[in-house]
Design a protein around this ligand. Sequence first.
Ligand code: MG
Length: 124
Amino acid sequence: MTDLDTLRDALIRFRDERNWQQFHTLKNLIVSVSLEASELLELTQWKTDEELVQLKADESFRQQLKDECADVLMYLLLVANEAGIDLAAATREKMARNAQRYPVEASYGLARKYMERERKDGQS
Ligand SMILES: [Mg+2]
């Protein structure tokens, strides 16, 4: 049992106590992840990177950041649950694939993505 499993189980309990499962279709949950991610993004609207560095120390901003991060994670846990996905295992698998796609020697300090690197290096 991972920490993610414990959080998921608490969320399901919270949901079922309120009879909200009927609203939690896979589509509605995926939409909700995107909406909450947009609320997280909204916290950066009109702010520069430098302003955000300052805001990380602001209690009110930190609280908003914490709340939106939690909202995204909660809906993501519910999406994975509804789809029968072990989120911790899926994340480990994806990280292993990323490590293969972006070997340190070819990616160190570079922001470009895999496909862009393939084109630039003349491979296909
Ligand atoms: Mg929110």
